[in-house]
Design a protein around this ligand. Structure first.
Ligand SMILES: [Ca+2]
Ligand SMILES: [Ca+2]
Ligand SMILES: [Ca+2]
Length: 505
């Protein structure tokens, strides 16, 4: 047509004019047709509408910032949706990105042209919006990319949501959360259910920021974060500023989606590093990992409550972590593992190694409260050098959890549920004694024990000679032959190892 233009221009002016108008109308018609085709597949995000990803193939947005997600030739790819959201003015609450991929079953978005763009504006990526999809059915795969440290989804924004994806085969982090108040829920991160071969990420989730929520308290909000090469979740690893008050809640970390068998993250389940402050780690199953279930590596102020560490989701069978339950190290201090209220104590059981270890001279004030710790292959609680650290007179020694002396049990009577004992520690200080019962024959070969079931607590104050005694009548019965143990916790929250076992008579 363009080749004929010179021919047209040689015709008479009136004919020329008519032909020109015909041409304008023709082009206009094509434009209207193209625009209507685009509108079929997209909504205007700037006007508050959602963008709907409707193709698994890749493609850049043809016109970022126009409010529409559309690749050249039509269709909206995930990449184009992110490009469009990034180019728009930030929308409070985020732009909703929904999914309407053709066909049924699992949809694989295999990224081939380099990692997806870092998400820089608030977005709500909702894999659960895909029709006929009850479990995560949209795979974000990096299997066709080569190179180190490639992240699946990288959030560099606040207030975004990522829900309902299978995120596998990324050499870096499955999801990198750089920012605050982001939510990651209902994803399978690190593996592909039903796929015969594991396709791990490096880390499952890496958090650099504050007040982010990984999982949640309602059904379907937890993630399954398993099979990754490094950690399931890493917080503030190598980062630059304090990452405060992140919440890790209701996830399965290191198990399959049913919470019944191991699908190991090949390092620790969760690692919280020394700029991670006040992390809340509650009601997760953290089991089956190669390293520790939880590593507080310099982290402070953590609240670790209601987790199952080393068991299945029901808490009824072993799914051990390979190195132990919890490691508190590198100056990690003022962390609380457990609590006095219902639902706050953790179960730390069946791990290969210690239940909870505290090492490092400045790892102090780590309160270990009312947890159920049993059937770990090494000590239930181990401070400092591996193995029982004996009490010292008046307890002047220092070190992890101040090497707090443990109680010494002098009586355990099944009749009347009475436990008696003594504590020698710093004079004129108060201590909380916690008493536990465990199955007969469950003591460590050293003769020291763990504590499967909490029986009760007593606050005592040492006299000028550093001595205190206590007697506790448990509301719960225990029977002859079962073994009783006790811990002591000072007023700053440093908890001792478990005492020597005393078999009840
Ligand atoms: Ca666009
Ligand atoms: Ca020790
Ligand atoms: Ca001591």
């Amino acid at each position: 047509m363009i080749a004929n233009l010179s021919t047209l221009q040689e015709k008479s002016p009136s004919v020329h004019k008519d032909m020109a108008w015909t041409r304008v109308i023709h082009v206009f018609g094509i434009l209207v047709l193209l625009a209507s085709l685009l509108v079929i597949n997209t909504q205007h995000a700037r006007a508050g509408g959602a963008l709907t990803v409707n193709m698994v193939n890749e493609g850049d947005d043809a016109n970022p910032g126009d409010g529409f997600c559309a690749v050249t030739g039509g269709g909206c790819s995930l990449r184009a949706a992110i490009e469009e959201v990034n180019a728009l003015p930030a929308v409070a609450g985020g732009v909703n990105v929904l999914f309407g991929l053709p066909g049924s079953g699992v949809h694989v978005i295999s990224i081939t042209s380099g990692p997806l763009p870092t998400i820089t504006n608030p977005i709500n990526l909702d894999g659960t919006s895909q029709p006929s999809c009850t479990a995560p059915c949209i795979v974000l795969s990096g299997a066709n990319l080569v190179g180190p440290n490639l992240n699946g989804l990288a959030l560099a924004t606040n207030g975004s949501t990522v829900k309902g994806f299978i995120v596998t085969s990324w050499s870096g982090h499955g999801i990198a959360v750089n920012g605050d108040q982001n939510i990651v829920q209902g994803n399978d991160i690190g593996f592909w259910p039903g796929n015969p071969s594991l396709l791990p990420n490096g880390d499952g989730i890496a958090i650099y920021g504050s007040n982010n929520l990984i999982g949640g308290g309602l059904a379907g909000q937890g993630n399954v974060i398993s099979g990754n090469t490094w950690q399931g979740i890493t917080i503030a690893n190598g980062c630059c500023s304090a990452n405060a008050s992140n919440v890790i809640q209701g996830n399965y970390i290191g198990t399959d989606a049913t919470g019944t068998s191991a699908l190991a993250n090949h390092y620790h389940g969760i690692s919280a590093f020394n700029l991670a402050n006040n992390t809340s780690i509650t009601n997760n199953v953290i089991s089956g990992n190669t390293g520790f279930g939880l590593d507080l590596y310099g982290a402070t102020g953590s609240l670790v409550r209601g987790n199952k560490i080393g068991t299945n989701a029901a808490g009824t069978a072993a799914v051990p972590n390979g190195a132990g339950g919890i490691s508190i190290e590198q100056g990690a201090n003022t962390n609380t593992i457990g609590g006095a209220a219902a639902g706050q104590p953790n179960t730390v059981s069946y791990n290969h190694g210690v239940g909870i270890k505290v090492i490092g001279a400045t790892s102090i004030n780590n309160r270990l409260q009312r947890n159920s710790i049993f059937a770990n292959t090494a000590l239930g609680i181990d401070l400092g050098h591996p193995g029982v650290t004996p009490n010292d007179a008046l307890d002047p020694d220092s070190g992890p959890n101040r090497l707090q002396n443990f109680a010494v049990l002098t009586a355990a009577r099944s009749s009347g549920h009475l436990v008696m004992g003594t504590l020698n520690s710093v004079p004129n200080h108060s201590y909380t004694i916690e008493v536990f019962v465990s199955p007969a024959g469950s003591c460590d070969p050293s003769g020291y024990g763990e504590g499967k079931k909490f029986l009760g607590a007593k606050v005592v104050t040492t006299n000028a000679a550093g001595n205190a005694s206590f007697s506790l009548t448990s509301s719960a019965a225990f029977s002859a032959g079962q073994v009783i143990t006790a811990t002591a916790t000072d007023s700053t929250g440093s908890t001792s190892e478990f005492s020597r076992c005393r078999a009840a008579n």
